[in-house]
Design a protein around this ligand. Structure first.
Ligand code: NAD
Length: 499
């Protein structure tokens, strides 16, 4: 199928593909596939006002009924999985199975949120006063802006949207300017669900397209109480303080620098498989991509040799081909940044395996690279920096304490793991003196989280939590209620105030 046919199959019209100035390129071959109309910044107050109007209606709809809309969205996503997955592959360059996997993640979070819509509950708390009862109730908070990165062009929207909708909040989505087409295709699916639902308020789910300026309109508006922003630490450093300064609630999902500790007792066959998937999957462009391998000195050389062998046979190329495991980087800028990082690593004493540009056997025009392994003498500045490409830095260690110190000694705190068969080591890694990340795993890589758990990380990763567990609380306001059913008015802490 041609690029155009893939987009048309997902419901995009000629007017949507040709109506504007924002050029969209496919990372597969660098071809321009569309010129999309950007939202005029002058339209933003209207967009936000529409979301506020929708909020006034949607907050009155019972949560299980709100869940019905998300159930229908899940149904529509199931029906559209192949077409939408193909657009993810076309626009973000993910291999076919990962493009489909991303849509599956959207379906999974819809299922989760439907159940949640009947489980939004608060606590009942013992009161110190006779004839009194205390409880917590959870209420919708208001419009939620969703600013997303190119590398999960649709899943991140669904994590936020499925929860926000059942929590009673309208959403306004600003996708990455590199991936507006997947967003337009997703909104078609949403529109079908809204139509079947029948009486959802207009403006419940909106899409705005453009770069940082459009994002800023959401970031700066007091009428957008929640801003969920996914992207680089640089972006989060701008967005977070601005939202906080106007007393909004930021949910930040920023860069990672994820590590795996491989202990002497580890099952190395399993470790190698986990390392390869986590380090080169999505061409190293996941926030949870494995970027640092901290291997015990007694097994490090063996492990690197095995990895170098596995890397040599990885099929790199057209992400639409069923046999491909490594597709293109998002663009040539990403490839240049990868080359620059490898150059710096070499200058810092690193020994680099692989990492070259691939020009043979791949579609011309795309940015294809061999994944790289860089054995480093220590954790240098380059290792501490997230380069969004398939570079795996390797460091050695002697004691677990040292390994954990290396693991934690980076600015980011998203995902981490240990491979060990030693229960003391595993439990220490998960304990208060272990990994400082939002995600810590044992005998499984750092990437590819399930939606059932809360997703997010500490330090420069931003501290936000999305998806499963009780992440829904981030989309609601908590109210503490004290009810007096006695005929007296006792004050707390025994305070006397007789009048
Ligand atoms: P990016 O920071 O360049 O852009 C992300 C989004 O922020 C885009 O929509 C962009 O238009 C918007 N943006 C940029 N500046 C803004 C501003 N001043 N105000 C408002 N919006 C602004 O990131 P990217 O290159 O698209 O994505 C890669 C990065 O995202 C990596 O660092 C990766 O680790 C991170 N990421 C994190 C998670 C997570 O859950 N922690 C998930 C996916 C990606």
């Amino acid at each position: 199928m041609s690029h155009k046919d893939i987009l048309k199959a997902a419901g995009l019209t000629e007017a949507e593909l040709e109506g504007g100035m924002l050029a969209v390129h496919s990372p597969i071959d660098g071809a321009e596939v569309a010129r999309v109309r950007e939202t005029d910044p002058a339209e933003m107050p209207k967009v936000i006002a529409k979301a506020q109007a929708a909020f006034r209606e949607w907050r009155k709809v019972p949560a299980p009924r709100r869940g019905e809309l998300v159930r229908l969205l899940g149904e529509e996503l199931r029906a559209a999985k192949a077409e939408l997955g193909a657009v993810v592959t076309l626009e973000a360059g993910k291999i076919t199975s990962e493009g489909l996997g991303e849509v599956q993640e959207m379906i999974d979070i819809c299922d989760f949120a439907v159940g949640l819509s009947r489980q939004i509950y608060g606590l009942t708390i013992a009161s110190e006063r006779p004839g009194h009862r205390m409880m917590e109730t959870w209420h919708p908070l208001g419009p939620c802006a969703i600013i997303t990165a190119f590398n999960f062009p649709v899943a991140v929207w669904s994590w936020n949207t499925a929860l926000a909708l059942v929590c009673g909040d309208p959403v306004i989505w600003k996708p990455s300017e590199k991936t507006p087409l997947t967003a337009i295709a997703t909104m078609k699916v949403m529109q079908r669900a809204l139509k079947r639902f029948g009486d959802a308020p207009e403006g419940l789910c909106q899409l705005v397209i453009g770069g940082p300026a459009i994002g800023e309109a959401l970031v700066n508006s007091k009428d957008v109480p929640i801003v969920s922003a996914t992207g680089s630490t640089r972006m989060g450093g701008i967005v977070g303080p601005k939202v906080s300064a106007r007393w909004g609630r930021p949910i930040l999902e920023l860069g990672g620098n994820n590590a795996m500790i491989v202990a002497p007792s580890a099952d190395l066959d399993m470790a190698v498989r986990a390392i390869v998937f986590s380090a080169v999957g999505t061409a190293g462009q996941r926030c949870t991509t494995l970027r640092r391998l901290i291997a015990h000195n007694s097994i490090k050389d063996d492990l690197v040799a095995r990895l170098a062998k596995a890397y040599a046979s990885l099929p790199i190329g057209d992400p639409r081909k069923a046999t491909t495991l490594i597709g293109p980087l998002i663009d040539h800028g990403a490839r240049d940044r990868m080359q620059a990082a490898l150059e710096k690593a070499r200058a810092e004493g690193g020994k680099v395996h692989g990492g070259k540009t691939v020009a043979e056997g791949v579609p011309q025009g795309g940015a294809y690279v061999e994944p790289a392994i860089a054995e480093m003498p220590e954790q240098t500045d380059t290792v501490r920096t997230e380069t969004f490409a398939p570079i795996l830095y390797v460091l050695g260690y002697d004691t677990l304490e040292e390994a954990i110190a290396i693991q934690n000694d980076v600015p980011q705190g998203l995902s981490s793991c240990i491979f060990t068969l030693n229960v003391r080591e595993a439990e220490t890694f998960l304990s208060s003196v272990g990994s400082d990340c939002g995600i810590a795993n044992v005998n499984i890589g750092p990437s590819g989280a399930e939606i059932g758990g809360a997703f997010g990380g500490e330090k420069e990763t931003g501290g936000g939590r999305e998806s499963g567990s009780d992440a829904w609380k981030g989309y609601m306001r908590r109210q503490t209620n004290t009810i007096n059913y006695s005929d007296a008015l006792p004050l707390a802490q025994g305070v006397k105030f007789d009048i």
